[in-house]
Design a binder for this molecule. Structure first.
Ligand code: AMP
Ligand code: MG
Ligand code: MG
Length: 320
């Protein structure tokens, strides 16, 4: 009897963590390696800027190296997972120095939410934005930059990692540079202090480098007290969860699934909501169209307040 009980408990405690937690724990370390690459490319002084679809759609050496690093590192550990990255690059000739095989022990120790314990590798889709806010990176607005790794199951964003490589970069030499925020639906989000925006104030965060007449028309219709214009989808979700802004409003195509997957998982994990401007939720299955054609509307609280005030003329101009 003793032997049976002992064996039962030792087998239980040594049971390997659920796949989802292993993927998140690895994505955490992979994103930290990515942040080091982002900082190293900047300090090398050679950004290797390439225009993809014009001057407002840039790629740097950091976007390329980080894409290869994240995709190859995760593919090596989880070969059956579908990984979709922003940059079109080969993953077969990645140098060993770009591979990260570590994981975050603290994440592995947390229990996986029951509804996700049975997930198999081939059921996961990972959406990777190696460097979100590239335009701002090239202009030296370094804390706008994030690395985004979003994890989807059944078409839903269920977990995500956002690394901010230059968090604290203006806080002086003693401050720790960079941070990693992560979250899982049903578990919560970690690595930051959840804060609500000031009550009764309507502070809108939006694009600074991809504006348009429609983007501005939509914001004006919401009659905000203040508008914050910053780069990056990841950075704008951080503004929401840290109480700097009450709504992220972007009435334009341009954002893609790799921009919204990790931010969505983290925002939803803390009770927020993100949809397109028309109120449709995003899908993240591997066959889905990459472009979020009908823009983005996200809030930590009071989603309905903003959704109900988006003009029909704006919604009709955006086709999902
Ligand atoms: P932004 O808020 O302008 O920093 O955009 C958030 C994300 O969407 C970034 O990854 C941008 O590159 C992308 N994005 C938004 N609008 C466009 C656009 N017109 N062309 C290319 N990328 C865009
Ligand atoms: Mg991006
Ligand atoms: Mg990018």
């Amino acid at each position: 009897m003793f032997k049976f009980v002992f064996c039962f408990f030792s087998a239980f405690s040594m049971a390997s963590p659920a796949l989802l937690m292993r993927v998140v724990a690895s994505a955490y370390s992979v994103a930290e390696k990515a942040a080091t690459v982002v900082r190293n490319v900047m300090s090398s002084g050679d950004l290797g800027i390439v225009e993809k679809a014009g001057p407002n759609d840039l790629q740097t050496k950091a976007d390329r190296l980080v894409q290869m690093s994240i995709c190859a590192s995760l593919a090596r550990k989880f070969p059956k997972v579908t990984i979709i990255g922003e940059e079109e690059l080969p993953t077969d000739d990645v140098t060993e120095d770009l591979i990260e095989d570590g994981h975050c022990e603290e994440i592995l120790k947390k229990p996986c939410p029951a509804q996700y314990t049975g997930i198999k590798e081939e059921e996961l889709v990972i959406w990777v934005d190696p460097l979100d806010g590239t335009k701002e990176y090239t202009e030296g607005l370094l804390d706008h930059v994030t690395v985004l790794i979003g994890i989807a199951y059944g078409g839903k964003a269920i977990a995500g990692v956002i690394n901010q490589p230059y968090y604290n970069y203006e806080a002086g030499a003693n401050a720790v540079l960079g941070r990693t925020i992560w979250g899982v639906l049903g578990m919560g989000a970690f690595g930051f202090q959840l804060t609500e925006a000031p009550a009764g104030k309507h502070i809108i965060v939006t694009t600074r480098s991809h504006s348009s007449a429609l983007v501005n028309e939509c914001i004006t219709a919401l009659n905000p007290d203040h508008v914050i214009r910053v780069g990056g989808a990841g950075n704008k979700i951080i503004q929401l969860i840290e109480g700097k802004a009450s709504a992220y409003v972007f009435a334009s195509p341009g954002c893609k699934k790799w921009d919204t997957c990790a931010p969505e998982a983290i925002l939803h994990a803390v009770g927020g909501k993100i949809t397109d401007i028309c109120g449709n939720s995003f899908q993240y299955n591997k066959e889905v169209k990459h472009m979020n054609s009908a823009g983005v509307l996200a809030t930590l609280r009071n989603y309905d307040y903003y959704a109900s005030r988006i003009p029909n003329t704006v919604k009709e101009s955006l086709v999902p």
